[in-house]
Design a protein around this ligand. Sequence first.
Ligand SMILES: [Zn+2]
Length: 211
Amino acid sequence: MRTHKISDTVTKIQITPLDSNIYIINNTLLIDTSTGHHVALIKKALDTLGITHDDITCIINTHTHIDHIGGNHLFKNAKIMMHESAKTTLKEPTLKNTFSKYFNTTLKNSDIHIPLNDRDTIRAKGTKLEIIHTPGHSPDSISIYMPDQKYLFTGDAIPVRFDKKLSVYIKNRETSKETLQKLHNLEINMLLPGHGKTIDNPQQIKELLNL
Ligand SMILES: [Zn+2]
């Protein structure tokens, strides 16, 4: 487990390589919650930041794969937000559509309190976040843009690993292409993906969005 302060606003928590990254905005809003398997490690990370589970009032999930939403049930005070199309998946969560088969587990909480749409805006203690629907990896994938710092949280929408795992990221090639075109004109200082390192090299960002 590692916590990394990216800016005054954003902290990144990495639980294990299989878990999604968890990003905390202003110690109140989470982007993704990992598999939720490692309860003690999540608590330890929150301790490091001087907060508890109850301080989290809002969760945005980038999509409905279990390595991104599995920990939602740990945050009892949080309103859970996902793209509105996530409702379809979570009405009947299966081993296949939530990726549970890869993690040998089932979903503990499939609540959505606030469905999101493309271009919706959210504020987390004054920090503005814009929702961008970015399907391709899954139909309900969203990215979250923070205009103040020009950060883009991408979940698994952009294939950040240039290796054989690429096919895992792209489920629908045509839709993925449209998604990349949609992000093409956005001014981005940093990509904050659902797995692995953040990317702030302008050339690398350009290449990833040109794929
Ligand atoms: Zn995924």
